[in-house]
Write a protein that binds this ligand. Structure first.
Ligand SMILES: [Zn+2]
Ligand SMILES: [Zn+2]
Ligand SMILES: [Zn+2]
Ligand SMILES: [Zn+2]
Ligand SMILES: [Zn+2]
Length: 200
């Protein structure tokens, strides 16, 4: 299997490291949120019915006079309504100072981005493989040969995929791995083709 790119071993292919110089937000102590003190689990007493869940209204009785009737509150069901301050059961209010990012945005090393670009791969996370590096120097005949080689590799992968699809124990990991390989081979084939078209 030929690969176009290889993961940078320095940063494991991420292209960056998490900054270790960042200071935790002083407002939320690095939590990213504050706890709402206005409610219980995101609910407050209904102001309409005084948390009782029902209200007394005057209703006509036998068309003769009005009498008080207890009805369930139309604004709530059980005497509680959602808290308008935090609006969530976890009682979390996003920290305004760090915008929920948990760290101060003043870090000199990363300017608050939290990421330090990998110096080994210049933040790309990967390197060109030897095969990709050699591509511009390949002769026309060699390109045709490589094209044939990858075409047959693609056919083999398609057969393998077919077998995986019809196997008794469908192995999803193997299937997606095979699909990734096919995509990689397709990219290689397109590269060779564009190289060939420039040579002719
Ligand atoms: Zn790297
Ligand atoms: Zn930092
Ligand atoms: Zn109510
Ligand atoms: Zn609340
Ligand atoms: Zn904060």
């Amino acid at each position: 299997m030929a690969f176009l790119y290889l993961d940078c071993e320095h940063c494991n292919g991420y292209g960056y490291f998490m900054c270790t110089s960042c200071e935790e937000c002083t407002s939320c102590n690095g939590r990213g949120y504050h706890i709402c003190t206005q409610c219980t689990a995101g609910r407050v007493d209904c102001p309409e019915c005084g948390a009782s869940g029902s209200i007394v209204v005057q209703r006509p009785f036998l068309r003769l006079f009005m009498r008080p009737v207890r009805e369930s509150c139309r604004r709530c069901s059980v005497g509680k309504v959602p808290c308008t301050v935090c609006q969530n059961p976890l009682q979390q209010i996003r920290c305004e100072r760090c915008k929920g990012e948990r760290y101060e945005a003043t870090c000199e090393r990363c300017s608050g981005s939290r990421k330090i670009s990998c110096p080994s791969c210049q933040g790309r996370g990967k390197f060109k493989s030897d095969w990709l590096k050699s591509l511009p120097s390949l002769s026309r005949d060699r390109l045709v040969f490589e094209h044939e080689k990858f075409r047959s590799q693609r056919t083999n992968l398609e057969l393998k995929l077919l077998r995986l699809h019809h196997g008794y124990d469908r192995d999803e990991t193997a299937i997606s791995g095979c699909q990734t390989e096919i995509k990689e081979v397709d990219k290689i084939l397109r590269l060779i083709e564009s190289r060939l078209s420039r040579l002719s």
